[in-house]
Design a protein around this ligand. Structure first.
Ligand code: ZN
Length: 277
């Protein structure tokens, strides 16, 4: 039997807007509802951002707390992952809500160009965020937007700032970062196995690359990420009806590749997180 696949749903992000897709959840109530539907469709991990009243990215701990509480209540055992991503937030704000101790938080281990900005993650800042996560018992999800970030991760594990085995996400299709090419993923996975043999991994494709990257991951034994943060479209002609529909499509794909969809309890065990209470 193949390993179960953990489906991550990235429900909103900081870039897509309601005008891009009306199904995008923006308020906390919408986010809880959308997460619940995605959970019922097979997602066991939710990656979250919160927005202010203008739909911009926010670090408001009060909003993160409400979202965390709502998801815990409606989606028993689902893994909560806070984004510490940059867009629209000052650097010192990016970890301001980590005292809420989500199961996981994203951690990019280097800087990279995004479509219109530099996604700035200087070495000391990365170390500081890693240390905060370590102190709060939060498992980082390492975001690998560019190759050096993988080797930086291995260094941070060696330094004891990231607990071994880490969980790594390879991201493809962000303009100015790595393009969606299967050979790159194959190389990254091979390097990961050499450097950090016990690590788990997911891959995410942005925009029209979402589904194709899901297929590569399923074939190569990785986990999958989907959701409106990365892609608001269903296909060239139509918008995605919502996060749950995107999750359902990946769950179906898991069947095609003989991979069971991980339950929340299985996902927790695979990632070494505390069991469901
Ligand atoms: Zn995100």
């Amino acid at each position: 039997m193949s390993d179960p696949c953990i489906i991550t749903v990235a429900i909103t992000g900081s870039v897509p807007r309601k005008r891009d897709n009306p199904a995008l959840p923006v308020t906390i109530a919408e986010q809880i509802e959308s997460t619940h539907e995605a959970f019922e469709a097979g997602a066991s991990l939710v990656h979250v951002h919160v927005r202010d009243e203008n739909e911009n990215s926010s670090s408001d701990p009060e909003k993160f707390a409400r979202l965390q509480e709502g998801v815990a209540q409606h989606c028993p055992g689902m893994i909560m992952q806070f984004s510490t991503g940059g867009r629209g937030r000052q650097m010192e704000q990016r970890g301001a809500m980590l005292y809420l101790k989500p199961d996981m938080a994203s951690l990019a281990t280097g800087s990279v160009n995004f479509p219109t900005i530099v996604y700035e993650n200087p070495p000391d800042f990365v170390r500081g965020l890693a240390k905060t996560m370590l102190d709060f018992g939060i498992k980082p999800e390492i975001e690998v937007f560019d190759l050096a970030m993988l080797y930086n991760t291995a260094d941070l594990v060696r330094e004891g700032l990231i607990v071994d085995p880490p969980h790594v996400q390879f991201v493809f299709g962000v303009k100015h970062a790595l393009p969606a090419r299967r050979e790159i993923l194959e190389f990254e996975v091979a390097q990961l196995k050499k450097l950090l043999p016990r690590a788990t991994w997911t891959a995410a494709g942005i925009g029209r690359h979402q589904l194709e990257v899901n297929r590569w991951s399923l074939e190569m034994g990785g986990h999958c990420r989907t959701g409106l943060e990365d892609n608001v479209r269903w296909d060239k002609q139509t918008l995605a009806p919502g996060n749950a529909a995107l999750v359902r499509r990946v769950a179906q794909l898991c069947g095609e590749y003989g991979r069971p969809v991980a339950t929340a309890a299985q996902a927790r065990a695979m990632l070494g997180l505390r069991p469901m209470s």
